[in-house]
Design a protein around this ligand. Structure first.
Ligand code: HGA
Length: 612
């Protein structure tokens, strides 16, 4: 979602900000803008479209200034337009703001400010905040830091903001509540951004601003205080991210690069955590909660989107291995009902970015009711790992493609490890079975590597289905969440309407849609439901559907029925999602390419969903 970049120091800010905004493009956005403070003036440039459109629009203009703020906007309040793009200025042009989040009480605030003569230029909630700050500054005869602080005590909602002042080019203010903000500390200069990717090439020393904190940079000095006016001691930590991880490394798209990274990312995710010969799983981040896990009456998994699909895989595996009942919830639904949660429950929150607004709210709710909260996140230092009691990082590395690929398989890997860890604690799997499972799990990265050889087959099939308007994905058991994820991938990046269903559910509705135009992708590997899935394929064929089957290598029965087959290596059924997902990712990728879609930045989508 929205991305924020700010700079204050001895260098020209424009280049740093524009480069930073490009690094944040993956988050998804519809417009971009920059404000620069130069000789007691604020020059600002805003444009609908890409950051490159902004650059073109600003070409030849005064781009000087050593203090600046920039923004990529994913509209929530007001259509995507030049007028609604950030930064927004105070009426007198003295102050500029960029904002990520939603000011929920912007309506009453706007009414109040309008009644006092304020005139607004945009439809955004954000503009209300800069008017409010300017109003307090004028009325209270105070300084900007205090005006921002007072304004923030009056707003309801989520925000990460940067504010500049043309009368004080040596000052920059940042604040956050519910939306991420990282401050890179250089030598007398500061780089501020929504995540570390715009900062990494300048400094590795970063401060993750906490909720309700305000950072005040003034003449090279940094002061952090809370909205309640308590001064904080900044905690500077070292970034571990590598710059190469943010580049395409010769691939045409980040998504393709990330699909091909999966043997590595799954291996990294298991590194130091599995001991196959001893039949042992070790998860340092949740070790402290071993007793809770041993005695848990129930596990509730909360997540959104692809992470929710990973959660469904987790449900199968935890119930199968550890015999703990599991419920999987959409965080956005869970947070707004009155769920029954007890102190004996464990809530596992899954989020790639660690910033998903609904998942964070679900965590707060479960925490209030006494549950133990464990997180599964990819982005180190993000908000969710700080909200949870314990957790396991997926270590997939930065995921830039908006459609999640390697983060999904890493989440599934972590859930597999948690299922086995819980089984080990509860004694629900024999030691010999744990040895057997872990030995084959250790082999999965090599099998993923082999699976990637299906690239050519998926390319061929993509050409066959690229003109379809609908598609169905079917699977049973752990193959069902894989089907859901396959359908989501196709929808997200190729804009073909696709639905995932448990294969047996097809008869209860979707079968009515099947005709010779309809591609039906079936997870038909040789596992416990193989025979049943074959019957489902027969039902599709009887209605002239076009079957694309994911099969175990060497399969002949499905090959005889299906129109197209993609082979994957044989593996324990529990690990099927880690292999069967790969061809579905590639199928979506190639289909989207053939349809001329923007694979890495599909329309309307955002990478980290920081608003509810
Ligand atoms: N509410 C603001 C900012 C939106 C946002 O943070 N999106 O991620 C707007 O609509 O401009």
């Amino acid at each position: 979602m929205c991305g924020i970049v700010g700079y204050i120091g001895q260098r020209e800010a424009w280049q740093i900000i524009v480069k930073g905004l490009k690094r944040l493009e993956y988050r998804g956005y519809d417009s971009a803008g920059v404000a620069l403070v130069d000789q007691q003036h604020i020059n600002h440039y805003k444009k609908t479209g890409k950051v490159s459109d902004l650059e073109a629009a600003a070409a030849g203009a005064n781009l000087q200034g050593r203090t600046g703020i920039g923004h990529t906007r994913w509209a929530t309040h007001g259509e995507p337009s030049d007028r609604n793009a950030h930064p927004h200025l105070s009426e007198d042009g003295r102050l500029a703001i960029v904002h990520n989040g939603i000011i929920e009480n912007y309506g009453p605030l706007k009414e109040e400010l309008s009644s006092r003569g304020h005139v607004f230029q945009s439809d955004t909630d954000t503009e209300v905040l800069i008017h409010l700050i300017a109003d307090i500054l004028a009325e209270e005869k105070t300084d900007l830091l205090e005006a921002v602080r007072i304004a923030l005590t009056q707003v309801i909602g989520a925000y990460a903001i940067l504010v500049t002042d043309r009368e004080h080019p040596e000052q920059l203010i940042a604040a956050r509540k519910g939306s991420p903000m990282v401050i890179g500390v250089g030598n007398g200069e500061y780089f501020i951004a929504s995540d570390a990717s715009p900062i990494i090439e300048y400094t590795r020393n970063v401060i993750y601003l906490k909720d309700r904190e305000i950072a005040f940079i003034n003449g090279g000095e940094l002061l952090i205080k809370t909205i309640d006016n308590e001064v904080q001691t900044p905690y500077i930590q070292k970034l571990e991210m590598q710059l190469e991880m943010l580049e395409k490394a010769g691939y045409d798209h980040f998504m393709l690069k990330e699909i091909h990274e999966q043997p590595r990312s799954i291996r990294d995710c298991m590194r130091g955590r599995i001991y196959p010969q001893e039949g042992k799983v070790q998860l340092g981040g949740i070790k402290e909660y071993a007793d809770k896990l041993r005695n848990a009456e129930r596990i509730i998994i909360v997540a959104c989107g692809t992470s929710w699909h990973a959660g469904l895989v987790g449900e199968y595996l935890i119930e199968e291995f550890a015999r703990i009942p599991v419920g999987v919830e959409y965080a956005s639904e869970f947070r707004y009902r009155n769920p029954i949660i007890t102190e004996r429950d464990i809530v596992i929150a899954i989020s790639q970015s660690g910033e998903t607004a609904d998942t964070m709210a679900a965590i707060e709710l479960a925490k209030e009711r006494g549950a133990t909260i464990l997180g599964i996140c990819n982005v180190v230092g993000s908000s969710i790992p700080r909200l949870t009691h314990g957790g396991v990082y997926t270590h997939a590395g930065p995921e830039i493609g908006v459609a999640s690929t390697k983060a999904f398989t890493a989440q599934v890997t972590v859930l597999t490890l948690i299922a086995m860890y819980a089984a080990q604690l509860r004694g629900t799997l024999a030691q010999s079975k744990l040895v057997e499972l872990l030995t084959s799990l250790e082999d999965i990265p090599t099998l993923v590597e082999k699976t990637l050889a299906c690239d050519q087959a998926t390319q061929y099939i993509a050409a066959e289905i690229k003109d379809a308007t609908n598609a169905i994905f079917l699977g049973r058991g752990v193959g069902f969440p894989v089907a859901l994820e396959g359908a989501l991938k196709l929808k997200e990046i190729s804009y073909i309407h696709a639905e995932g269903y448990p294969a047996a559910e097809m008869k209860h509705g979707p079968i009515a849609l099947i005709d010779e135009e309809m591609p039906v992708v079936v997870i038909a590997t040789q596992n416990s439901s193989y025979e049943k899935v074959i019957s489902n394929i027969q039902e599709v064929k009887a209605r002239k559907g076009r079957v694309i089957a994911i099969v175990t290598e060497g399969d002949t029965a499905v090959r005889a029925l299906a129109d197209y087959v993609i082979e994957i290596p044989d593996a324990d059924e529990a690990f099927l999602p880690l292999l069967a997902t790969i061809p579905l990712q590639l199928l979506s990728y190639h289909t989207a390419l053939l349809r001329g879609c923007n694979v890495d930045q599909p329309r309307n989508l955002a990478k980290s969903v920081t608003v509810e």
